[in-house]
Design a protein around this ligand. Sequence first.
Ligand SMILES: [Mg+2]
Length: 412
Amino acid sequence: MKITAADVVVTSPNRNFVTLKITTDEGLTGLGDATLNGRELAVVSYLRDHVVPLLIGSDPHRIEDTWQFLYRSAYWRRGPVTMAAIGAVDMALWDIKGKVAGLPVYQLLGGASRSGLMAYGHASGASLPELFDSVREHQALGYRSIRVQTGVPGLNRIYGIASQSGPADAGAERYDHEPAQRGALPAEEDWDTRAYLRHIPTVFEAVRNEFGPELPLLHDGHHRMTPIQAAKLGKSLEPYDLFWLEDCTPAENQEALRLVRQHTTTPLAIGEIFNTVWDFQSLIKEQLIDYVRAASTHFGGITPLRKVMDYAAQYQVRSGFHGPTDISPVGLAAQMHVGLAIHNFGIQEYMQHGTKTNEVFRQSFTFEDGYLHPGDQPGLGVELDVDEAGKYPYETAYLPYNRLADGTVHDW
Ligand SMILES: [Mg+2]
């Protein structure tokens, strides 16, 4: 079997997506997600100009060899653009292999280790009553685990607060329920870490009082704290028994987590912007984290995601794959197959794509009673409707950024 075509499809139904579609001489096709939120077109060029020409004529069955070829032959390794491009190829080849075998990808990875994947949704509110409503809405949708983000008194615009509640379809001002927004320039938000550190423990105390001790609660610090600030927050949240505290410090400094770990037993999750196993090396080996937040899309696909989880398993570190809406239905499916197969699955982030996105990407997965399952279609279980995708041309969109009161740009 040979690869005869590899097309890069850019579409913006409820948000921008970049999808690689590989076609073989036997007529089989495979899909890969190459979406890099806010920098989408860089990956399009990397694929079209530098990767697709290398794929034509090659054997789609050689997944490991293709991955190593694309990673090593470029000389320039790592980075989100490179790894999103390689990830898309990797996913597409697993998709094809599954279709050849007549099996869902999780079967090729060793078969199911559980009946479903516990998923968490994003509850948020500018105020406590809004937050409580949002938690209840998510529970009504079946979620059994909830991420909690709120406004901070004194700050006008901060991350993680949905402009409309509920993960239903995209509204007029909504960019598929995540912080990026269409427009020529990124939106500017406010930040004050001291105000945040004072406020958040009171939020979790209120949520525990309202919803009781059993509901697993998560929180995302979005890389905004220094190590000692993160340690303080982790400690102050201990009475509220978080499932995890995510991205508490800027992710590129693995050593920062040592200090945080010394001071708190709140479980830690990090890694949504990591691209290779090397970014996790110290964190896993020194058991500085509890959950790997990598995404199939930005980590080079299914092949390396499986490898990092097998490494993490030796240290009782579990998965918590990144699943906002900028991970396309293809990327989400890829990590659902991995999550179902590995023993050390932890939880899966699941924000739910908008209606238009679900019309462009026809999907086989199910979400029932709080649990995801990728379905049993051969391959990844996602098909791209190219005609439908063509209705939604790319639109410039950026993640917001934030400044402190004195105008200093802060970590996003
Ligand atoms: Mg995060």
